[in-house]
Design a protein around this ligand. Structure first.
Ligand code: MD3
Ligand code: FE
Length: 213
């Protein structure tokens, strides 16, 4: 009998190459994860970036790790510096890296080492339209996403924007690993419904781990 016997891993392949690990982020060290997230946000404040089209995104964002995802007039992509502070992004906390590595390994991605973690903060009614993640160099590397705070409905479509998306609810602590054929599929977040979470208030946070460089 060891500590790990007390938790039965829930892993479901919801559609090809998309693994949902319900509450996976709660088993390790949830409190450390939340404290580390607050510390990153303290060093690199969340802000609503502007798209190249001149629209403010409704999710507020920041990053940690070697590279950070940014949107500005020049386009979308990864940068080693936070343009708001002129400084490098905060280091990826050990609790973040540990969670991303263990989740990826559970799904067969044993050599995934993320160099970027995008933090998205959604307030009530914020959303993210259907899009593809294609600013990374190597699409054979998976993406690990961690949902925290109030629930959201995630939409997962196909390789064409017009493909009818599947909808799933993502709750506090849920982790999703996307790889293989799922890596370039359209996805988005429906507008958040009013709700509240004991530790995080009326917000949803998403940590998205990527090997970008
Ligand atoms: C499916 N974020 O930041 S994470 C994003 O909940 C983004 O904040 C959403 O989409 C969020 O780009 C969804 C889940 C996710 C991330 C990357 C994917 C799903 C993905 C890449 C390919 C397919
Ligand atoms: Fe995305």
């Amino acid at each position: 009998m060891d500590l790990f016997d007390s938790f039965k891993l829930s892993k479901e392949e919801i559609t090809k190459d998309v693994y949902l690990l319900r509450e996976f982020a709660l088993h390790d060290s949830e409190h450390l994860l939340l404290a580390d997230m607050r510390a990153v946000i303290g060093q690199a404040p969340l802000r609503n970036m502007m798209t190249p089209m001149g629209f403010a995104m409704s999710a507020a964002m920041t990053n940690c790790g070697e590279l950070g995802w940014v949107a500005d007039k020049a386009g979308y992509g990864y940068d080693t510096l936070n343009t708001n502070t002129g400084k490098p992004w905060p280091h990826m906390p050990a609790s973040f890296l540990q969670l991303a590595l263990t989740a990826a390994a559970e799904c067969g991605y044993t050599d995934f080492v993320p160099d970027a973690c995008l933090i998205n903060q959604y307030k009530i009614s914020a959303s993210m339209g259907l899009h593809q993640d294609k600013n990374e160099r190597d699409f054979t590397q998976p993406i690990v996403s961690v949902s925290l705070g109030i629930p959201a409905v995630f939409q997962f479509g196909g390789l064409k924007r017009s493909d009818k998306p599947l909808k799933i609810s993502l709750n506090h602590g849920d982790v999703v690993v996307w790889g293989g054929d799922a890596r370039l599929k359209f996805h988005g977040i429906m507008p958040l419904k009013p709700n509240s979470h004991a530790a995080l208030g009326a917000y949803r946070y998403n940590l998205t781990f990527r090997k970008a460089g």
